[in-house]
Design a protein around this ligand. Structure first.
Ligand code: FRU
Length: 488
């Protein structure tokens, strides 16, 4: 179905109760609804927003268009959790009601001050010629969950940038001041990050651009984030439109980071290394991080991409979140470790040990549609070792290590209903090891694969039929394997 502009910019109350219930019913019948990932009850979910720990709970908001699987008038939807595993539905968080957000409450962050949660977001507007005018705005949540808006934008777009100016990330620096990082496109149509300074979170002064050496890569940098780990500064952002380069950047829009010395917010200087892609799979974008009360830096991302269709569009919804991942910095690289709390989902453990010699083997009890599977491969030699899962007649998703090429490979060519074929069916990345731990979370229609405790991660949607439940472990060569799995 083609969506007209008018249909995309309707509010939830613009359709009848019956129409909305019919949509809910269509979504509920979809065979691809996830079991343990955050997903929209109807319509389209995209970026995580306002991810924070406040008043004894984790809060997560997300970009939501309620009325169908398209990018229309965006709301912030709110979910909350005590453990990052079981999420409670808190309903609409911020809805577009004011002139400065007439075309959507776009992405932003949360920061706690004076026992209230400050939620910064971009008010997206369009004029009668459909020209975009972005504003950076603030809503404040109190400890009863009431959200009030400040009735004027706090930041207008400065000279020197196009109307792509959005996604405020607000943080408190060691010097006691607040900084607001905003994703921007400069007049040469190159992506960058602009930042502002404030003493009180209300009055903001324009500083300058973060002075990275990575200018000119991508036409727009969306969703900037910045944090410090082990005395290093990490700038995370999503450059749009990078050209593929070897195994990198095959998703059209990409997400990655720079690690360097801490940013000097007095002058914007940031000395850093290479840009590193965060996730190697087919579906990952717009991640956001927060620090919790245990001092962990936790990331959650959007399992989806801008501008691509989703197999579930026909069922009235699209996309979901990734699992929360704890970030650790090792050798100037971010490792993403599935948070410990996820172990509470594990049911019915089974375990095997085997020696594989040129074989592809199934094991008693190793099957399912939603589960966690950990495979440890040791003393590997030969050509390939790996796992096939969601196997059925003519279907399988294959993840393996190619010892000759020294590459990890995810192949979703036979993963079920095809999707986004224009970006190919294989994703790869380099790794040089003789020992491998694959930790694989399979939900109804997605997979997250963590290699060697988060050194590399592959996040992808897959659309197998519910009969495709098989798992096999293979070695084209030799491997000692020990595996354990749990239903979820
Ligand atoms: C990234 C993004 C953001 C924007 C939001 C709108 O996916 O385009 O830049 O704020 O989504 O939904």
């Amino acid at each position: 179905m083609e969506w007209t502009r008018e249909q995309r910019y309707r509010k939830i109350e613009d359709i009848s109760k019956e129409e909305f219930e019919a949509l809910e019913e269509t979504v509920a019948k979809c065979p691809y609804r996830q079991k343990f990932h955050i997903q929209p009850k109807t319509g389209l979910l995209n970026d995580p927003n306002g991810f924070s720990f406040y008043n004894g709970e984790y809060h997560l908001f997300y970009q939501w268009f309620p009325l169908g699987p398209v990018h229309g008038l965006k709301y912030w939807y709110h979910v909350a959790s005590k453990d990052l595993v079981n999420w409670e539905d808190r309903g609409i968080g911020i809805e577009p009601t004011e002139y400065f957000e007439s075309h959507g409450v776009f992405s932003g962050t949360g920061i706690v001050k004076n026992n209230e949660l400050y939620l910064f977001y971009t008010g997206n507007t369009r004029d009668k010629d459909w020209v975009r005018h972005p504003y950076q705005c603030l809503a404040i949540m109190d400890n009863e969950g009431n959200i009030r808006k400040i009735d004027r934008p706090l930041i207008n777009k400065p000279e020197g940038y196009t109307d792509h100016f959005r996604d405020p990330k607000v943080l408190k620096s060691d010097n006691g001041k607040y900084y607001c990082l905003i994703g921007a496109q400069d007049k040469n149509e190159e992506g960058t990050v602009v930042y502002y300074e404030s003493e009180d979170l209300l009055n903001w002064t324009l500083k300058k651009e973060i002075d990275t050496k990575y200018k000119g890569n991508g036409f727009m940098w969306e969703c900037p984030d910045y944090f410090e780990l082990k005395d290093k500064g990490i700038l995370l952002f999503c450059p749009q439109g990078l050209e593929p380069e070897g195994d990198n950047y095959h998703n059209g829009d990409n997400s990655g980071y720079l690690v360097g010395d801490k940013i000097n917010f007095e002058n914007g200087v940031f000395n850093h290394g290479e840009f590193i892609e965060l996730d190697r799979g087919f579906d990952f974008y717009a991640p956001q991080t927060m620090e919790d009360e245990k001092g962990r830096r936790i990331l959650i991302g959007w399992c989806g991409l801008p501008g691509v269709d989703c197999v579930t569009d026909k069922n009235g919804w699209a996309h979901n979140m990734t699992l929360p991942r704890e970030l650790q910095l090792k050798n100037n690289k971010l490792y993403q470790v599935p948070i410990k709390e996820l172990e509470s989902l594990r049911k019915n453990s089974r375990r095997i040990e085997a020696i594989l010699k040129n074989e592809d083997k199934e094991f008693e009890g190793f099957n399912g549609t939603t589960y966690e599977l950990i495979c440890n491969f040791e003393n590997i030699t030969g050509r390939y070792v790996g796992v096939k899962f969601r196997k059925g007649s003519n279907e399988e998703t294959v993840f393996y290590y190619d010892l000759e090429e020294k590459k990890l490979v995810l192949d979703r060519e036979k993963s079920g209903e095809p999707t986004v074929l224009e970006f190919g069916t294989i994703r790869k990345c380099h790794m040089d090891v003789n020992k491998l731990k694959m930790q694989i979370f399979v939900d109804t229609s997605m997979v997250e694969i963590f290699i060697n405790d988060g050194e590399e991660v592959f996040t992808s949607r897959i659309y197998p039929s519910k009969e495709s439940t098989g798992i096999s472990i293979f070695a084209d060569g030799f491997a000692e394997v020990q595996a354990e799995m749990w239903d979820i």
